[in-house]
Design a protein around this ligand. Structure first.
Ligand code: PGA
Length: 249
C-alpha cells in the first residue's frame, strides 16, 4: 500500500479575530520544520485573507461552503469566494453543522462535490453519537453515513475525518482498537464505493486530539492524520501534535 502523507488540520470553529494572527504566524514558522507532514488551519472565513499574509507553509481553509456557485442564498459563501480570499481547503459535514444547521448527508455530498470541483482539499466529516455507539452498531452506521455523504465523480483532494460526536470537545477518546476498526470499516467502504481511487483518500481521526494522546493515535496504522479543534487554537497546544505526526513516519 502506498504511504499516504500525514495531514494535521486545525479547526478553529467560531474562534479567532485578527488578534490571533501572531498565533497563526507562530504555527507556520514551526510547520516549516516538518516538511513530511501536511499542515493546515480551517479558520473563520473572515480570517482567511489576513492569515494568508502571515503564512508560507500552512494551508488555510474554511469550515463550510455552499453547494451552489452563486445565487440568492443570504449569508452563504461559495467555493469561488473562499478560493478568492486564499482558502485551499474546506471542511464539509462537521457534526456541529449536521446538528445545529440540520445538514443532511445528501447536502454534505453536494457541498463536497462543489468543493472538489473548485479544487479545494475537502475534509468530509462523519461520526456517531454516544447513543449510537452504545447501541452497538457504530461501524455500520458511520459507514452508511459515509456512503450517503460521498460525492459522485472524481475524488482527487477528498479527505475523510472520522469524528465520534461524543469525543468532540469532551476529552474522551475511543480506544486505539475502536479507532482502528472504525478506520478499517471506512476504508473498506471507500474501496467499495470508489475502487482504486480510494487508495489516495486519507482518513483522519478527530475528537479531543491533544499533545498527550496524539502519538498513540498516529501509531494506529489506519490513521492518516488528525482534525484538531480546541488544541489547534494555540501554537503550544498544536505544535506537539504536528511533531507527533512527523515522528510517526
Ligand atoms: P476537538 O474538536 O479537538 O476540540 O474535540 C474536533 C473537531 O470538532 O473537529
Amino acid at each position: 500500500m502506498a504511504e499516504r502523507r500525514k495531514l494535521v488540520m486545525g479547526n478553529w470553529k467560531m474562534n479567532g479575530t485578527r488578534a490571533a494572527l501572531p498565533v497563526i504566524n507562530n504555527i507556520d514558522g514551526a510547520a516549516a520544520g516538518h516538511p513530511d507532514v501536511d499542515i493546515g488551519l480551517c479558520l473563520p472565513a473572515t480570517l482567511i485573507e489576513p492569515a494568508c499574509a502571515v503564512v508560507s507553509v500552512v494551508m488555510l481553509g474554511a469550515q463550510d461552503c455552499h453547494e451552489q456557485t452563486s445565487g440568492a442564498y443570504t449569508g452563504c459563501l461559495s467555493v469561488e469566494m473562499l478560493r478568492e480570499v486564499g482558502a485551499r481547503a474546506v471542511i464539509v459535514g462537521h457534526s456541529e453543522r449536521r446538528d445545529y444547521q440540520h445538514e443532511t448527508s445528501a447536502l454534505v455530498a453536494a457541498k463536497a462535490r462543489a468543493a472538489l470541483d473548485g479544487g479545494l482539499l475537502t475534509i468530509l466529516c462523519v461520526g456517531e453519537t454516544a447513543e449510537e455507539r452504545d447501541a452497538g452498531a457504530a461501524e455500520a452506521l458511520v459507514a452508511d453515513q459515509l456512503r450517503q455523504s460521498l460525492p459522485q465523480g472524481a475524488v482527487d483532494g477528498l479527505v475523510i475525518a472520522y469524528e465520534p460526536v461524543w469525543a468532540i470537545g469532551t476529552g474522551r477518546v475511543p480506544t486505539e482498537g475502536d479507532i482502528e476498526s472504525m478506520h478499517r470499516a471506512l476504508r473498506a467502504t471507500l474501496t467499495d464505493c470508489l475502487g482504486e481511487k480510494a487508495e489516495g483518500v486519507r482518513i483522519l481521526y478527530g475528537g479531543s486530539v491533544n499533545a498527550k494522546n496524539a502519538a498513540t493515535i498516529f501509531a494506529v496504522p489506519a490513521v492518516d492524520g488528525a482534525l484538531v479543534g480546541g488544541a489547534s487554537l494555540t501554537a503550544d497546544a498544536f505544535l506537539p501534535i504536528v511533531a507527533a505526526a512527523a515522528q510517526s513516519h
